[in-house]
Design a protein around this ligand. Structure first.
Ligand code: NAP
Length: 305
């Protein structure tokens, strides 16, 4: 039997990915939306979260697609109202608030799921298996995309807590932290801040273990989401955001499509709720917090959408 879920924050990712993933899922029924401006045709629409929680005790699960800064208040209210909670990435604006939600969910016997959609990309699981017994000599991430294409007019990404280029970069870090056989830690960072903005538009990172990353939000034309790992047994590359696996230049696994990621997240949420578990992993966000702590700040050209 499908469970009822309410989707909160009907913006780009809710419409592009969550609504179709829920519609195609045997586990879930989209029972309500909560958004000040957005709605989904044919679905009960609320503009106020507290009203939805009060009027719809039949909805046991809430999926939060609002930006990271307002997300904590919604998650706290949902858990206090006895609902299981699924969080878009990044799971919060700070690490401590996610720890607080984790404790709250545990105390109430509720599921909290910090989703990382890129970990569900087609080739991530085979990449992790391939790397498990390899000796890594170097790894490099290139994550360069066009902020105007993926976040059209979304000023929140450049406000405090919006994370700037780490909003996509954290997807790469979610894959890295999942596939590496041993953890790494940040050793240096340089961050380019547009003169008129509060968050970086580009970042270069160095980690222990000869791991480096290049994140840039100014790439027009073809977009690049690559992770290349040199090992003593050859070179592994994850391309297309983790959806295609190459070993020594030859495609070994995957599919050049991101459309499997959100169905996999909702299937995982169904498992977690059914088994009464939570899944909370903050490793990708620790690296972002460290970069913002340790990073050298460089001022660059003002940015306008
Ligand atoms: P978005 O288009 O700006 O949508 C967020 C929605 O949240 C808005 O439409 C808004 O709806 C609601 N909201 C509530 N409080 C808000 C506030 N204080 N400021 C702004 N919006 C507020 O953002 P998005 O691209 O869908 O991103 C949402 C989350 O999904 C982010 O954490 C992002 O990292 C993640 N994500 C985005 C993408 C992508 O390609 N864009 C991909 C994967 C994951 P109302 O005004 O109607 O309330």
């Amino acid at each position: 039997m499908s469970r009822k879920v309410a989707l909160v924050g009907i913006g780009k990712i809710a419409v592009d990915q969550h609504v179709p993933a829920i519609a195609a899922s045997p586990d879930w029924e989209l029972a309500a939306t909560v958004s000040r401006k957005g709605s989904v045709e044919g679905i009960d629409a609320y503009t106020d979260f507290a009203t939805m929680l009060a009027e719809r005790p039949d909805i046991g699960v809430v999926s939060l697609c609002v930006p990271p800064v307002p997300r904590y208040a919604y998650a706290e209210a949902a858990l206090q109202a006895g609902r299981h909670v699924m969080l878009e990435k990044p799971p919060g604006a700070t690490l401590a608030e996610v720890h607080a939600l984790q404790a709250m969910a545990a105390a109430r016997g509720l599921t909290l799921y910090t989703t990382w959609h890129s970990r569900m990309a087609h080739a991530v699981a085979p990449a992790k298996v391939w790397l498990a017994d390899k000796t890594i000599t170097r790894a490099h991430i290139t994550w360069r995309e066009d902020v105007r294409k993926w976040h059209p007019g979304q000023d929140w990404v450049f406000e405090p807590g919006g994370m700037g280029v780490f909003d996509p970069g954290i997807n790469a870090l979610s894959i890295l932290t999942h596939i590496l056989p041993a953890p790494v830690h940040l050793t240096a960072a340089s961050l380019e801040f547009p003169a008129n903005r509060q968050t970086p538009i580009a970042a270069r990172l160095a980690f222990s273990g000869t791991v480096t990353a290049d994140f840039d939000w100014r790439q027009t034309g073809p977009q690049t989401w690559d992770i290349e790992v040199d090992t003593t047994a050859g070179m592994m590359a994850l391309r297309m955001g983790g959806n295609v696996l190459e070993i020594n230049g030859k495609t070994m696994a995957g599919e050049n499509s991101i459309m499997g990621e959100y169905p996999a997240l909702y299937a995982r949420m169904a498992e977690l709720v059914a088994t009464g578990e939570s899944e909370v992993d903050l490793a990708p966000m620790v690296h972002v917090a460290d970069a913002l702590t340790l990073g050298r700040r460089i001022e660059t050209d003002p940015f306008f959408f």
